[in-house]
Design a protein around this ligand. Sequence first.
Ligand SMILES: [Zn+2]
Length: 686
Amino acid sequence: MTNSLLAPSTLPFDLPDYAHLTDADYREAIEQGMAEHLAELAAIASDDSPATVATVLEAWERSGALLTRAMNAFWVAKSADTNDERDAIEEEMSPRLAQHSDAILMDARLYGRLTALAARRDAGEVALDEQEEHLLSERLKDFERGGIALPEEQQARLRELNTELATLSTRFDQMLVAGRNAAAVHVTDEAELDGLDDGQRAAAHEAAQAAGRDGWLLTITNTTGQPVLGSLTHRPTRERVFRASAQRGLVSADGADAETDTREVLLTMARLRHERALLLGYPHHAAYAAEVGCAGSTEAVNEILGRLGPAAYGLVRARGEQLQAHLEQTEPGATLEPWDWAYVDGRLRREEAALDPGALRPYLEFDRVLTEGVFAAATALYGITFHPREDLVGYTDVARVHEVREEDGSHLGVVVIDPYTRPTKQGGAWMTSIVDQSHLLDDRPVVTNTCNFPPPAPGAPSLLSWDNVITLFHEFGHDLHGLLSDVRFPSRSGTSVPRDFVEFPSQVNEIWAYEPTLLARYAVHHETGEPMPAAWVEQLLGTSGKETYRYAELLAAMLLDQAWHQTPAAELPIDPADVEAFELAALERAGVRYAPVPPRYRSAYFHHIFGGGYSAAYYSYLWSEIMDADTVAWFGEQGGMNRQSGEHFRRTLLGPGGSVDAMESYRRFRGGDPDLAHLLRRIGAE
Ligand SMILES: [Zn+2]
């Protein structure tokens, strides 16, 4: 068999031939891809003709096609359906890819081609349009931040740091997946599952069987809080589940979890990142990260987090007092613990005749939410339609391929939907790109939507929680950013925007979950076909789902991320045993330490900052939400969900993607800068 990744795909829409790809094919294509990429760039570097858009920018964008194709195909399969071989490839390749990137960013001849083009532009010999100008300035910035100006000796150290950090990040994530699987709570006495509905029990039973165990297995999801905590009436089971979640990454007293103890890894990463920042002339890693964001500086980040963190904790503590009193009605003398929050909160809501999150599930069947909710919103706003393509294969049997067409029926792109959790999948939810849209290369986008919803028991429907629904809309917002991309250069396509901007379109897409005309279509009882009771819909609209608890736990995690990356290396803990103390002190200092509401992720399982790409940038979710809240206000002024508003948002904001300055495209969309007041009102901090 030949390796189909080595040549452009012959399948419809440039889909990788997943059905026939072997793991060895990925390795071979990545290796060959790196070599080809360097050869192509060497040709650009040694070109001594006058620098032009075609010989520098366009040639650069055409380079590395094999590497991009191989990495995109591999990354999708690895993150959503890994195995030992894929883990091994990632472990082997991530330091080599870091070296590959360093080889490019420390190549003075290549940098010279960019500066030559900039000089010719300054001299009036070459005219650059807006997209070319932006691409050039981004490439120059990459080199400056990649150490091009450093003396050779320091460049050598920088290379070592980048390689080691890439290795550690991969290790952290692999330990995390292992730790999450190992943390699943095994239950053999059904009475301990009281409060779980039939679907949840069936899923737990399936999980136990899949793991070759009797009884039930309560699997652990990425976040500190766990979905089943809202339902379990048996307090000791709640405590077991919470502790299993919150102690991930920490070694147990008997040392049994040593293989999943991430503390040494994360401490080393924090120290090395600090050293790298100093080498590049920044006071700390957080400053290095903030510079390329819309926020621009750590001061701006600290100002907002410092204002909203304590405000959110003030609100959540007040709710905590109500919950404490309510808990004592049934458990005299008990102290409200983190494992009680969701359960007691749900109970009190029912008493307040407020919405019971558990009662919503029968009305939220996955397929219906997807087609009558998520897809229907995109059709109403952007005119695009979705067509299942059962003839095409995703990267697993479960992943389903949908073709996306424009209003006039022409082909726009492809979205692959992969909703359910499985042990081989990373936790959380994400969008990835298999093919980036580009007019230069005449490529149409292919994107994925990957979630971790509970898989349906055989023959049963998949019922979602309200949180799951919001996640689906959210990730689809990223998909739309990729699908509706309308740019010339592939490297600036769709979601290639600053970290603290990229969550904005996805957060905006969440609001369509609350659109009354859509709710009437997708929130329908899976057995009786009845629409969700009007009173519940009213309440959903009233809360808009953005809860005090959620803001508090998010802000605590954001402040924790900043603490790890603003603290000088000399003040970071040395002993892994001190990680928890560092964490608690940081929360205390920030005014967000409150035992019943711990951070959304604790350090030892904070994938975003030690495994993913959000180090010192987890604040981005909040920053993006400033623009989100301001945009939601705009849609409100335009009369909500309609084709005209959607078209304006698409053309001014989603389409340009990362091809122009992000804040500039925001102003084109909105006619001005975002107003913080909308977010403050949403959080209740004003
Ligand atoms: Zn997102």
